[in-house]
Design a protein around this ligand. Structure first.
Ligand code: GTP
Ligand code: SPV
Ligand code: MN
Length: 610
């Protein structure tokens, strides 16, 4: 193969000198297709990051944040503020392998369509090659990806969110075992054309977030935002990894991981799956309000888990940073997050003052006098318009989090003793209940329901099923995914974690949240902890165990017994309706639905009718 004549752009690595011939070949063919002006192999150094950041300051994409060293402010195009679920595809030979909850596309047809889109799409831009590792570099549990992108914002974000750079290429060696992540913002630049601060394809229907689990490829076109563009995150670590995990007997999950230590110094680890913008980051970094307890953070969004030879479920956080929801984050609600974002942060779509400071709703500080909102308009506090988009985010290195767990990069992962499911439900779902068995836990996970949030484009507030908080992230047939969970429970039935369902979002008759949430969620974690070690007994209800009166620690909380009863109430009539709704929802899975889940549904109904 002839060496590519593309010009390196101040990168320390010459792409023609790469020892990995597979990589060299795909660089050549991808560059031929996309026709970039330059090429840049990312070495992952701070120097490289600083240089790109400075260039983005010069071009108007970034603005420096004055009171946080090495931090930048950025506004996306108004069309490009969240994940585009309607434009997210799983491309498998058989439609059945993608299942009823995914958008399916024929791999050949989709590839042809994508080739059309990518043809010349990097004209006038630099093609960045981003080698990255999900999980610690070189760990046996880690996986390597190479992202191709024409967005320096993506490069800088990937440096924060993943382990990125030369050492990944060293570990990869000559292997072809890496996930190919092709990304373009879809905005070619004609000769002499001036660039915009946030290039993208503004028409949502022309965006593509496509996955090819049969060949471990991701092709993403038209968006520069979050889960659409930082391909290590949702595309790789969840959609592609879940398909790999199914084949290889492990789990790739949309879960936070935390360590919790009781006043006696006993520590346990808990994983929790909540849908997007439903409280994972906040729970992962929680500051307990109950004396003597400590919570430490392993991860805030994604968990890769496998059973070891002792039958313990071990989890790693494959990410290296937090891409957290900004609004509502304050020293009051989440001090650990606030203390994680003092330096080296990229803020996207929040407010920005004339003094160069960032601001958002619910930050717990008065809005600066002169500020622009996320759409670059002068912020007017009386306009009713927010300064920060509801899905505005900070990207910050996990290592900066004061509550980061000492084992967060442990190659063996941490031992998970409990799994929580949860969502936003204003009604019927109690503050906490515990599954009666593993299969009952899988049933609970399969039926997670939640009000839609701003993390995805589309209508807000609508209650939808979001099984295991994986509805937008499962790379294969959801019915088979349920089966995978059931099978793992059968195979490793000696030391299984206990499973719980929590709901911080139950509302009273005036629409007010009944539970204070945030740091006070430690009270629920305490009960979970005590159930795992056997010191709490729980009380049977038809849907599972709840804390009996007195078992949930409310000391120091301004909450009446009556309110607690309401928070934990199980309304049988409403739950019978819920059972009907679950039956209806299960129909779409047809023969892929494991019979165990129908049995659990039947058992639930039997208990409700007793
Ligand atoms: P993704 O990053 O999208 O996956 O979101 P996440 O699950 O990490 O959610 P996050 O912790 O960022 O919280 C999202 C929103 O929920 C924020 O606006 C929080 O203020 C709010 N929130 C989090 N925990 C609680 C809670 O315990 N009670 C209430 N009422 N709101 C909460
Ligand atoms: C989510 O939507 O669940 C996120 C943000 O964590 S994004 O990276 O955009 O997917
Ligand atoms: Mn998430």
């Amino acid at each position: 193969m002839p060496n590519s004549t593309l010009k390196e752009r101040h990168s320390t690595i010459d792409h023609n000198s790469l020892q990995n011939t597979h990589l060299r070949e795909i660089i050549d063919s991808f560059a031929k297709l996309t026709k970039p002006k330059n090429i840049h192999i990312c070495d992952g150094s701070q120097k490289e990051y600083n240089q790109l950041a400075q260039e983005m300051v010069a071009s108007g994409t970034f603005r420096p944040v004055s009171d946080r060293p090495n931090s930048y402010y950025c506004q996306s195009d108004p069309s490009d503020v969240a994940r585009a679920e309607d434009r997210t595809f799983i491309c498998t030979t058989n439609q059945d392998d993608a299942g009823p909850t995914n958008n399916w596309a024929d791999p050949n047809k989709m590839m042809a369509e994508l080739k059309g889109k990518f043809d010349g799409c990097m004209t006038g831009r630099t093609l960045y090659i981003i080698p990255f590792s999900m999980g610690p570099v070189g760990s046996p549990l880690s996986e390597i990806g190479i992202q191709f992108s024409d967005s320096p914002y993506v490069v800088c974000s990937m440096k924060i969110m993943t382990r990125m750079g030369t050492d990944v290429l060293d570990v990869l060696g000559t292997s072809n075992n890496f996930v190919k992540c092709y990304h373009s913002v879809g905005a070619p630049l004609a000769d002499g054309e001036k660039d915009v601060p946030w290039p993208c394809e503004p028409n949502v229907d022309n965006k593509y977030i496509t996955h090819f689990p049969e060949t471990n490829e991701i092709w993403s076109y038209g968006s520069g935002y979050g889960g659409n563009a930082l391909l290590g995150k949702k595309c790789f670590a969840l959609r592609i990894a879940s398909a790999i995990a199914k084949r290889d007997g492990w789990l790739a999950e949309h879960m936070l991981i935390l360590g919790i230590t009781n006043p006696q110094g006993v520590k346990k680890y808990i994983a929790a799956a909540f849908p997007s913008a439903c409280g994972k980051t906040n729970l992962a970094m929680l500051t307990p309000t109950i004396p003597g307890w400590k919570v430490e953070t392993v991860g805030d969004d994604i968990a890769w888990m496998r059973f070891n030879d002792k039958g313990e479920l071990r989890a790693i956080n494959p990410e290296a940073g937090f891409f957290g929801v900004a609004p509502g984050t304050s020293y009051n609600s989440n001090p650990n997050a606030m203390n994680s974002i003092k330096e080296n942060v990229i803020f996207t779509n929040v407010g920005y003052s004339d003094e160069g400071k960032i601001w958002w709703e619910g930050m717990g500080e008065e809005a600066p006098k002169n500020m622009i909102d996320w759409q670059n308009n002068t912020y007017d506090p009386n306009s009713g318009k927010v300064a920060a988009h509801a899905n505005s985010r900070f990207a910050t290195p996990a290592s900066q989090c004061p509550s980061i767990d000492e084992n967060w990069e442990s190659p063996d992962g941490v031992h998970i003793s409990a799994i929580l499911f949860g969502g936003r439900r204003g009604d019927i779902v109690p503050l906490v209940h515990e599954a009666l068995s593993w299969n009952h836990g899988v049933f609970m996970g399969s039926a997670v329901s939640s009000e839609k949030t701003a993390a995805a484009l589309g209508k807000l507030g609508e209650v939808r099923r979001d099984p295991f908080a994986m509805l937008p992230f499962c790379g294969y047939n959801m019915g088979d995914y349920f089966k995978h969970w059931i099978e793992l429970g059968k195979k490793h039935n000696t030391n299984l974690p206990k499973v719980f369902y929590v709901n911080w979002f139950r509302r009273d008759e005036n629409g007010k949240f009944m539970w204070p949430g945030f740091g006070d969620n430690s009270r629920v974690l305490e009960w979970v902890f005590n159930r795992v070690d056997g010191s709490a007994k729980g009380e049977a209800t038809p849907i599972g165990l709840v804390p009996p009166k007195g078992e949930l620690n409310t000391a120091g909380l301004d909450i009446s017994d009556e309110q607690m009863e309401k928070l934990l109430d199980v309304d049988k009539a409403l739950w019978l309706q819920e059972a009907d709704a679950i039956e209806e929802y299960y129909k779409q899975f047809g023969a892929h639905l494991p019979s165990e889940l129908n049995q659990e549904l039947q058992l639930l109904r039997d208990r409700l009718r007793k």
